[in-house]
Design a protein around this ligand. Structure first.
Ligand SMILES: NC(=O)c1ccc[n+]([C@@H]2O[C@H](COP(=O)([O-])OP(=O)(O)OC[C@H]3O[C@@H](n4cnc5c(N)ncnc54)[C@H](OP(=O)(O)O)[C@@H]3O)[C@@H](O)[C@H]2O)c1
Length: 272
C-alpha cells in the first residue's frame, strides 16, 4: 500500500519501536493516530513528527488507552467508530504495543502472566475485531510478533505463547478476510534495543552473541512490509533459519538452546 495520505492507527506509539515507526510513517506522508497511556509522552512525540502531508488538511492525533483493560480497548473502539461516522477514515491498524518479563515460569506472578497475554494476544485480537467495523477498504491490519513466536525459549514461556498465538491469529484472519479487501500482515522482529529488554537481557544477549537490531532498522522493515504488503516476515539471520528449523527439527534447536541454558538460568536468577 502506498502510505501517503493514509491514516495509520499505531498502538505502543511511545515505545522504542513505536516512536521510530511513527517518525518513518510520518516522513512517508501518513497521518497518524498515536495510541499510548501517557498524554505527556504522546504530546512530545506529536511535536517531533513532520506535519501531515501538504495535500490534506488533516493532522496527526493521539488517544490514551490502556489496552490491557477492556474499558481501554472499548473506549478506543468507540472513538474509532466515532471518527468513521465523522468521515475520518483509518486505513491501517498496527498492533505494536507489547510487554514481556524475562523470568522462568516458576518465578512469575499469575497476575503478570495474565496481563502479558492480555496485551500481547487478546488486545490485538479484539482491536482487529473492532476494526472490521470501521477500517477503510482496502485496509491493512499489521501485527508485530517476535522471533520467540516461532522458537520456544526459556525465560519467555508466556511471551512465546502470546506471540505464537498472534502469529496463528494473523494467518487465520488473513485467510478469513481474503475476499474482504483487508490484508492481515505479520512481522517478527528479533532482539531490538528498546526498554522492553532490561539490563539483564541486554547483557545476556551480548554474552550469547545474539545480534540486536536498532529500532530504526526494525521500523524500516515494518514500513517496507506495509508498502509491499508482505504477509509474514521474520527479521534477521540466523533467527529466520532457526524459526524454520524449529518447525521441522525441534530437537536440533533444543540441543542448541541446551548449550546456552547455564547462561540463561544465571541471568534469569540475577536480581536487577
Ligand atoms: N524490543 C525487542 O527486543 C522486541 C523483539 C521482538 C518483538 N518486539 C515487539 O515489538 C513491539 C514493540 O516493542 P518495543 O521493543 O518498542 O517495546 P517498548 O519500548 O517497551 O514499548 C512498548 C509499548 O507498549 C505500550 N504498552 C505497554 N503496556 C501497555 C498497555 N497496557 N496498554 C497500552 N500500551 C501499552 C507502551 O506504552 P507506554 O508508552 O504507555 O508505556 C510502549 O509504547 C512489541 O509488541 C514487542 O513484543 C520487541
Amino acid at each position: 500500500m502506498q502510505l501517503t495520505n493514509k491514516r495509520v492507527l499505531l498502538t505502543g506509539a511511545c515505545g522504542g519501536i513505536g516512536c521510530e515507526l511513527a517518525r518513518q510513517l510520518a516522513h512517508k506522508g501518513a497521518n497518524l493516530i498515536l495510541i499510548g497511556r501517557d498524554q505527556h509522552k504522546l504530546d512530545k512525540l506529536l511535536l517531533q513528527l513532520p506535519s501531515s502531508h501538504q495535500q490534506t488538511n488533516l493532522q496527526h492525533t493521539s488517544f490514551i488507552a490502556d489496552l490491557a483493560r477492556s474499558n481501554g480497548l472499548n473506549a478506543l473502539g468507540q472513538q474509532c467508530q466515532q471518527w468513521r461516522d465523522d468521515g475520518l477514515t483509518i486505513d491501517i491498524v498496527i498492533n505494536n504495543a507489547g510487554v514481556n518479563q524475562f523470568a522462568f515460569l516458576a518465578q512469575r506472578e499469575s497476575q503478570s502472566i495474565e496481563q502479558e497475554i492480555q496485551l500481547n494476544l487478546v488486545a490485538p485480537i479484539l482491536l482487529s475485531q473492532k476494526a472490521l467495523c470501521w477500517l477503510n477498504r482496502p485496509g491493512i491490519i499489521l501485527n508485530i510478533g517476535s522471533t520467540f513466536a516461532a522458537i520456544g525459549y526459556p525465560g519467555y514461556t508466556t511471551y512465546c505463547a502470546g506471540k505464537a498465538g498472534l502469529h496463528r491469529f494473523s494467518e487465520a484472519l488473513s485467510r478469513e478476510l481474503e475476499e474482504a479487501k483487508i490484508k492481515v500482515l505479520y512481522i517478527a522482529p528479533r532482539a531490538t534495543e528498546t526498554s522492553l529488554n532490561d539490563l539483564r537481557v541486554s547483557q545476556m544477549n551480548s554474552q550469547l552473541g545474539n545480534t540486536t537490531d536498532t529500532p530504526s532498522a526494525v521500523a524500516d522493515a515494518i514500513v517496507r512490509s506495509l508498502e509491499q504488503e508482505i504477509s509474514a516476515r521474520w527479521i534477521g539471520w540466523p533467527e529466520k533459519v532457526f524459526a524454520r528449523l524449529n518447525q521441522l527439527f525441534p530437537a536440533v534447536v533444543s540441543a542448541a538452546i541446551r548449550k546456552q541454558s547455564a547462561i540463561i538460568s544465571a541471568f534469569a536468577h540475577k536480581t536487577h
